[in-house]
Ligand binder design. Structure first.
Ligand SMILES: NC(=O)c1ccc[n+]([C@@H]2O[C@H](COP(=O)([O-])OP(=O)(O)OC[C@H]3O[C@@H](n4cnc5c(N)ncnc54)[C@H](O)[C@@H]3O)[C@@H](O)[C@H]2O)c1
Length: 352
């Protein structure tokens, strides 16, 4: 009997799929790097593939540039019934697969909208895809079995399938994922240029949030951005225009123009879902000052649970050089006052 799934490329994405399916699916693991397979297997993502055992579905989680050649090579071995890949850019991979002579009816491109700035099997996690959109991008040739297989895979991993054409997907991720990557990298590059001074040492949550993905692996991102350059380039120009106008407004002390940017920024930010489709406006923050001692974060969360407060999310802000920090609980806006009162009554230093 065939195994349920063969994962080719046991890095962050491939290993996370194996971990998510643990106990549900018999998963085989393959990578050109034997250490990556050993790490994924040791973490419980599946068992090492022997090069011949067939699987119902084969998922290619390699860098996009090698998907087409690996796909054709493995299809010729006849080791899978249906096939998918998880490339961050879909249309060029679809075109490359067709040009390489892949069996297209059995293939459906997919892209889980989940990831991290770190790569490799060690960084993988079972809940990476939980509640996250998972794009399914069938081509005109994709057959119903391949589409059904990837839909089922996405659901079993905890993702929320969303079907759309490859071109539409690539334009959407240019805005939602690729522009933020260029922005964070450019911001962090400015920090680097100024690193001789004291400024970076004053970094707070704003800089931490906006620069986080600047830590992403350059090799993979050069590939992703190059593959989607036609869609990303104009957006970067548009951003550069905003920044250029902001610089002029600041040089000329044009308060109206600066305010206009900030107000439009508020409106744009309100479009971004932050949790399960919820937006900033749906949540309120309850800040609690805590000493930098073991157990404080757990203590705040337990007090919230004891008081029946449903905590939607948690952020922790460490104050540089100070023996204290702030735990921020995100709660439904209409429960904020009750949550504040309950935590204060439990002896916690609730911030105004
Ligand atoms: N990292 C993210 O946030 C993210 C999110 C969504 C989708 N993706 C996509 O997932 C894919 C993998 O990304 P990742 O972050 O897991 O990368 P990764 O570097 O963690 O893992 C890639 C793995 O593929 C292996 N590999 C490379 N060439 C191979 C080949 N010819 N045969 C077999 N294995 C090979 C590498 O050894 C490595 O273990 C990429 O297509 C990427 O666009 C990444």
């Amino acid at each position: 009997m065939a195994a349920g799934l063969l994962v080719v490329g046991t890095g962050l994405l491939g290993t996370s799929v194996g971990l998510a399916l643990r106990g549900d699916t018999d998963v085989l693991l393959h990578d050109r790097d034997p250490v990556a397979v050993a790490t994924a297997a040791a973490r419980g993502a599946g068992r090492s593939w022997d090069g011949v055992e067939p699987a119902d579905h084969v998922l290619l989680a390699t860098p996009p540039a090698v998907v087409a050649e690996e796909l054709v090579r493995l299809q010729r071995l006849g080791v899978g019934r249906t096939w998918s890949h998880v490339s961050s850019v879909q249309a060029p991979v679809q075109a490359a697969a067709q040009a390489a002579g892949a069996e297209l009816a059995a293939l459906c491109g997919t892209h889980p909208m989940a990831g991290k700035e770190s790569s490799g099997a060690q960084a993988a996690s079972a809940d990476l895809f939980r509640g996250r959109p998972w794009a399914l991008c069938p081509s005109a040739h994709t057959g119903p079995d391949a589409l059904a297989a990837v839909r089922s895979l996405a659901e079993r991993c905890g993702g929320v399938p969303l079907e759309l054409p490859a071109q539409e997907h690539d334009e959407a991720v240019a805005l939602a994922s690729h522009l933020p990557q260029v922005t964070a990298s450019a911001l962090a590059a400015v920090l680097l240029a100024r690193s001789a001074g004291q400024q970076v040492r004053l970094a707070g949550p704003g800089l931490q949030d906006t620069s986080r993905i600047a830590a992403s692996a350059p090799q993979l991102w050069v590939e992703v951005l190059s593959a989607n350059a036609a869609a990303v380039g104009p957006l970067v120009r548009e951003l550069a225009g905003e920044l250029d106008r902001a610089a002029t407004a600041l040089e000329q002390l044009d308060r109206g123009a600066v305010e206009d940017l900030l107000v439009r920024g508020n409106a744009g930010r309100a479009l971004v879902a932050v949790k399960r489709g919820g937006h900033d406006r749906d949540f309120a923050v309850v800040g609690v000052s805590v000493p930098d001692r073991p157990g404080q974060i757990a203590g705040v969360l337990l007090a919230a649970a004891d008081a029946g407060v449903n905590v939607e999310d948690v952020r922790v802000d460490h104050l540089p050089g100070r023996p204290s920090g702030v735990v921020e609980l995100l709660v439904a806006a209409d429960t904020r006052e009750d949550a504040r009162a309950a935590l204060a009554a439990a002896g916690w230093a609730v911030l105004p």
